[in-house]
Design a protein around this ligand. Structure first.
Ligand code: ADP
Length: 485
């Protein structure tokens, strides 16, 4: 059952299987974006705490440690035990997520399930990442896939639990040890997960969670000389900082999952209502706060006017409000900063000549709610066409030919995802093969499965998460060569 007043049980840093105060003793508040009110204060970690967590994680990764001595199937069992505990606590996890992040409770519950499925999926991989044997003249070579070591994981606030699962899954399956920093806006579910990991029986030091801010705790992770790899999800600007810090410190391995400006294309042969619904969900789901949000809707000129009218009507119907209320589809944006940013983009769209067809304003003055907003007549060079808004603002463009549209679709710095809605397989596949995007969805959107790799071209990132490819971020390849005497 949804519980808007569920009290977080854990607020401290989680180091070496214990909840501890930060070295500085500092705390910071986490807020409910639907009310703007403080939920609770959590410990604020910094470099000194990251150092302690790394000492614990290094010890847990030592070749003779309990964790390193576990068989792959024992790791599988621990991961599955954790999933069982998530099922037991799913209502609490979802309630904490909705309080902290503002997403509708039903979506928070979905995130819990999907996070669990991701961990279960990776639990099956512990004994399946094989090397090769390579014959080479008088030598015989083999490769071993080995865990990279202590890994830092820095995640954002838009899918707090899901991003944790995407990162813990492959790290635990491969046998790494973890220092995770949740986003400062949304630390609560990560802390609960830390407690569940301990209850499941993960040895001390395997999983550590350091709440804190980016320039302090986050930077301490990306700069740390004893962290072998950093996995980051967030903005392009911070991605650059993380990569630079990794390069300057110890050349730690880096995987980045950054922003997007993903095109979704509706052809005139498609069922128009299906196309309107699919493009609507592609953008508005999670309040537009999704790195793969379909934030550029390209519509064929033959159906353009009709499509715009239907898209505007649909946006006006979208129910915005208290995320704990049933049937609410959109809660608040995450904080004042994002509210201001989104409203700024709406203003810039109007100034640059796009036509406002729906929404456009803040709702009320409590919490950070924005009307579902639709612009038509958007031109490729407008700011709302090029920059990531990360809010409930749909931009609709007109196109006339496949070739022209592909060039335009690729004319942004990002390359995370793309969608196409058509009954013509030739158009669909030509688009899919030509668009700069790590994921392309045909007649669907956001169909991200634990087994399907996800990540970006161009400024959208480096590396892939999920699926078999997601393991690569956490593995080194060792070649062992024998000379036959
Ligand atoms: P968003 O725009 O989604 O908030 P950010 O890139 O600002 O994305 O933040 C994503 C994560 O990166 C958060 O956990 C944040 O605390 C962290 N972060 C922010 N600044 C830095 C930094 N300088 N070094 C490392 N991590 C950072």
């Amino acid at each position: 059952m949804a519980d808007p007043n569920a009290k977080p049980k854990y607020t401290k840093l989680f180091i070496n299987n214990e909840f501890v105060d930060s070295v500085s003793g500092k705390t910071f508040a986490t807020f409910n974006p639907a009310t703007g009110k403080e939920i609770i204060k959590v410990s604020e970690g910094d470099k000194a705490d990251v150092d302690l967590a790394v000492i614990a994680a290094k010890k847990a990764f030592h070749r003779n440690s309990e964790w390193r001595q576990l068989s792959p199937l024992q790791r599988t069992a621990l991961m599955n035990k954790l999933c069982g505990l998530m099922t037991r606590d799913k209502d609490l996890l979802a309630s904490l997520e909705t309080q902290d992040n503002g997403k509708p409770y039903a979506e928070a519950l979905f995130d819990v399930t999907y996070s669990m499925l991701t961990l279960q999926y990776y639990a099956g991989w512990t004994d399946k990442f094989f090397g090769d044997t390579i014959p080479a003249g008088g030598f015989t070579s083999m490769t071993r896939k080995e865990p990279v070591g202590v890994v830092g994981q820095i995640i954002p606030w838009n899918y707090p639990l899901l991003m944790l699962a995407w990162k813990w899954g492959p790290a635990l399956a491969t046998g790494c040890t973890i220092i995770m920093k949740p986003a400062e806006q949304t630390p609560l579910t990560a802390l609960h997960m830390a407690a569940l990991a301990k209850e499941a029986g993960f040895p001390a030091g395997v999983i550590n969670v350091i709440n804190g801010f980016g320039p302090t705790a986050g930077a301490a992770i990306s700069e740390h000389p004893d962290i072998a790899k950093v996995a980051f999800t967030g903005s392009v600007d911070i991605g650059r900082i993380v990569m630079e810090a990794a390069a300057k410190s110890n050349l730690k391995r880096v995987s980045l999952e950054l922003g997007g400006k993903s095109p979704v294309v509706a052809f005139d042969d498609a069922d128009i209502d299906f196309a309107v619904d699919t493009t609507h969900e592609a953008l508005f789901s999670n309040h537009g706060q999704s790195c793969c949000a379909g934030s550029r809707t390209y519509v064929h000129e033959k159906i353009y006017d009709q499509f715009v009218a239907k898209a505007a009507a649909k946006a006006k119907e979208r129910k915005v409000g208290n995320p704990f209320e049933a049937n609410v589809q959109q809660g608040p944006q995450i904080d004042q900063e994002m509210l201001t940013k989104v409203l700024g983009y709406i203003e810039s769209g109007q100034k640059e000549g796009a036509k406002l067809q729906a929404g456009g304003k803040r709702i009320g003055n409590v919490g950070f709610f924005v009307e579902p907003t639709v612009f038509s007549d958007v031109k490729d060079d407008m700011r709302i066409a090029q920059e990531e808004i990360f809010g409930p603002v749909q931009s609709i463009f007109k196109f006339s030919s496949l070739e022209e549209m592909i060039d335009r679709a690729n004319n942004v710095q990002y390359g995370l995802a793309a969608g196409v809605i058509t009954n013509d397989i030739n158009k669909a596949l030509k688009f899919a093969n030509s668009v700069d995007a790590g994921s392309v969805w045909i007649n669907c959107y956001d169909a991200v499965l634990p087994s399907t790799p996800f990540g970006g071209y161009k400024h959208s990132g480096i590396g892939r998460e999920l699926g078999k490819d997601g393991l690569d971020n956490y593995l080194e390849t060792k070649t062992i060569t024998m000379k036959l005497l």
